[in-house]
Design a protein around this ligand. Structure first.
Ligand SMILES: NC(=O)c1ccc[n+]([C@@H]2O[C@H](COP(=O)([O-])OP(=O)(O)OC[C@H]3O[C@@H](n4cnc5c(N)ncnc54)[C@H](O)[C@@H]3O)[C@@H](O)[C@H]2O)c1
Length: 320
């Protein structure tokens, strides 16, 4: 058996796929999740595996987290738990601060007492994008726009992690994800454009596209398939890079084009209405992925269309 890994937010959309990967790679996995947006359904197929443990707990509960660290003694922390919505972070910045920064600091406090080898922290390439001009792509070294509390807490988390890693002597990797899509993503808020559109399309309901007046096809984003994101987690669990890396495709796609590709894959034809703008949304986002390639060998393997076909197949399988 390989190392012991503590996955926070492991009952969520991305975290549950990450837990699956770790078991496939023969890690011992402890998943901590308070089920605020995650679901036991996402991990129930893993519960029979004696290398997998699920603890329903809040990462902001210091006493509980210290007890978990003391008994499990993880060597790797994979931190996916978060408040993930830009809009919610504007509506309730204290909650965002509490979970996204306070929660991280509690984990780092635990690490001080119970040393680890590697820490994987999930940040957001989209939210931390700079203002993109022309054909450029957002690089890790750019100065981020920081136009939402969510962007600020994720960015501050990256900086805290760097300080703690240097002070307490462990390796780390910050994975700045692009917009992730795939099976198990729930249609909530602005984070799940793909599942929101898919849910509406399957119910024959029109969708709403929130955008700025000068972006008639919608804001642009970089959509990366969850399987590719999981592979990035596998690589940095083997070998940390001690810096920030973007995990995105480098392809800039307008939201209206996403909608039309979904219509195509799901063989439907339903109208969309255009509204907006929505505070906190960056207009354009596309991530340069050269650093991830150079440091880890990671490249995205699944195109938007292939990912949507995989999503459709997973949904059909679930219904069967
Ligand atoms: N989905 C994306 O496109 C995307 C893009 C960039 C970054 N991210 C980041 O990836 C991570 C996972 O996102 P996701 O899309 O899978 O969202 P998700 O909501 O499905 O997963 C987050 C998980 O964290 C859990 N959680 C939240 N607060 C907690 C707490 N206080 N204690 C314990 N568990 C808690 C939730 O119950 C949920 O299971 C987040 O850090 C998010 O910010 C996601």
């Amino acid at each position: 058996m390989k190392n012991k890994v503590l996955v926070t937010g492991g009952a969520g959309f991305i975290g549950s796929h990450v837990c699956e990967m770790y078991l496939k790679e023969d890690y011992e996995v402890l998943c901590v999740d308070n089920l605020s947006s995650g679901k036991v359904d996402n991990i129930c197929h893993l519960l029979a595996d004696d290398r997998f443990t699920f603890v329903e707990a809040d990462i902001n509960d210091t006493t509980k987290m210290l007890a978990i660290f003391q008994s499990f003694r993880p060597t790797i922390i994979n931190h996916h738990a978060a408040q993930k919505s830009v809009v919610s972070s504007i509506e309730d910045p204290m909650y965002d601060l509490d979970i996204n920064l306070g929660g991280l600091l509690i984990l780092l406090q635990c690490v001080q007492k119970f040393p680890i080898e590697k820490f994987i922290y999930v940040s957001s390439g989209g939210a931390l994008s700079k203002v993109i001009e022309g054909t450029e792509k957002s690089k890790e070294s750019d100065t981020p726009q920081l136009i939402s509390p969510y962007a600020i807490t994720k960015y501050a988390g990256e900086k805290y992690l760097d300080i703690y890693a240097n002070t307490y002597g462990f390796d780390y990797t910050v994975l700045r994800y692009a917009n992730v899509f795939g099976p198990r993503q729930i249609p909530d808020g602005e984070c799940g454009v793909v599942p929101i559109f898919v849910t509406n399309i399957l119910a024959n309901k029109p969708s709403v596209l929130m955008t700025y007046p000068d972006m008639p096809k919608g804001c642009t984003r970089d959509y990366v398939y969850v399987g590719d994101v999981v592979e990035a987690n596998r690589l940095v669990s083997e070998k940390a890079v001690n810096t920030v890396i973007n995990i995105g495709t480098g392809d800039e796609i307008a939201i209206l084009d996403i909608y039309n590709t979904i219509l195509d894959v799901f063989e439907k034809d339903i109208a969309i209405t255009i509204e907006g703008p929505r505070a906190g949304d960056v207009k354009r986002s596309v991530l340069a992925n050269d650093r991830a390639k150079e440091l880890t060998g990671w490249t995205n393997q699944v195109s938007l269309k292939e990912g949507l076909v995989a999503l459709r197949e997973a949904m059909l399988q679930q219904q069967a």
